[in-house]
Ligand binder design. Structure first.
Ligand SMILES: NC(=O)c1ccc[n+]([C@@H]2O[C@H](COP(=O)([O-])OP(=O)(O)OC[C@H]3O[C@@H](n4cnc5c(N)ncnc54)[C@H](OP(=O)(O)O)[C@@H]3O)[C@@H](O)[C@H]2O)c1
Length: 314
């Protein structure tokens, strides 16, 4: 494993992080009995050198993370979890943050969270999050229950990072989690200059998602873009979109190329990988330890997708 420093937090984190949510939720989304497999995934991640684990109040995986890490010296791990936003008309939103935090601490079996995020803050939620929720997060930080404050964007609703662009103008977050992948690298232009200037830690989600792990979905997505005339004539092969990536690099699969693409992006500290499959986890970590894709491939990807800021990879 390779390690880096998460922005100004000083936390030493593995460059690959385990995402305990996403479509797979450690394999527990479609399998309520999947705890055994989920435990095996978390333990394998730790054996592979991953020390960054990302979960959330609403993933249903905090308890299994707590079980998997019981007995491991706490300081060896960096635990990230998230508070679901209460409704804007909640009578006491700060009490809701405090309650959620206590539940997360209990489920995870720890007395502090390293990075505690507000979860999926969309542009419409921003003022509410800043004015009504953040004070409780700051209080929790003063009490030592959380070490750093983070925010995650609602990438599906906000693929051009409007919330982050606005909020990074203010000094609110120690860490941000955003969507970045080879189909939507727009954060490179709009977000990373701000996070780098303020040394805010950056966590990447959606590196692969559906479009870069399922050929049928990629064909469908690129078919739509070809129809809309987004690409120069013939620039993308509708039957085998992105075929040049594997032809002109040593990457064996598209997920491998997609994780490598994100791992070597200057501006990203940790790339999350979400999976319920032990073999996928192992190969994803191996992928992230491989060199960057060749410049010629990166240039072609930039020509095709560099100016698009509305795809998510779903
Ligand atoms: N707003 C938010 O706060 C937010 C939103 C979304 C995600 N997140 C966090 O970010 C993490 C990462 O996001 P994600 O889980 O969507 O990420 P991802 O790693 O981009 O995609 C995961 C999907 O790709 C598949 N996959 C992974 N490796 C594969 C491989 N080698 N070959 C084929 N398919 C593969 C997985 O299925 P298999 O199970 O079959 O491997 C899963 O369906 C989440 O787990 C969560 O912690 C946060």
């Amino acid at each position: 494993m390779e390690y880096t420093t998460l922005g100004h937090t000083g936390l030493k984190v593995s460059v690959a992080g385990l995402g305990c949510g996403g479509p797979s939720r450690l394999g527990m989304r479609n399998d309520a009995e999947g705890e055994k497999n989920a435990l095996a995934i978390i333990r394998q991640a730790i054996d592979l050198g991953i020390n960054f684990l990302d979960t959330a109040q609403n993933y249903g995986t905090e308890t299994v993370v707590g079980k998997a890490i019981a007995g491991i010296p706490r300081e060896r791990l960096v635990i990230s979890t998230k508070k679901t936003l209460p409704p804007a008309d909640h009578p006491d939103p700060q009490a809701d943050v405090r309650k959620g935090l206590e539940q997360s601490l209990k489920a995870l079996g720890t007395n502090y969270i390293d990075v505690y995020h507000l979860h999926g803050v969309e542009p419409k939620d921003y003022e509410f999050a800043k004015n009504r929720l953040l004070p409780a997060m700051r209080q929790a930080r003063e009490e030592g229950k959380i070490r750093f404050i983070g925010v995650t964007e609602g990438f599906v609703q906000d693929p051009s990072h409007e919330m982050l662009r606005e909020s990074l103008e203010e000094d609110l977050w120690d860490v941000v989690m955003l969507g970045f992948n080879l189909l939507n690298p727009s954060a490179r232009r709009t977000v990373f200059p701000l996070t780098q200037q303020k040394r805010v830690g950056v966590l990447d989600m959606f590196a692969v998602r559906r479009a870069l792990s399922q050929m049928a979905r990629l064909q469908e997505l690129c078919g739509e873009l070809i129809q809309k005339g987004i690409f120069r004539n013939g620039a993308v092969n509708a039957a085998e979109p992105l075929d040049f990536v594997l032809r002109e690099s040593d990457a064996k699969t598209l997920p491998e190329a997609a994780y490598r693409f994100c791992r070597h992006e200057y501006g990203i500290d940790v790339v999350l990988t979400g999976t319920g499959n032990l073999d996928h986890l192992k190969s994803n970590v191996e992928s992230m330890l491989k060199p960057a894709l060749p410049n010629a491939v990166l240039k072609k990807l930039e020509d095709l997708f560099g100016n698009l800021d509305y795809l998510t990879g779903n």
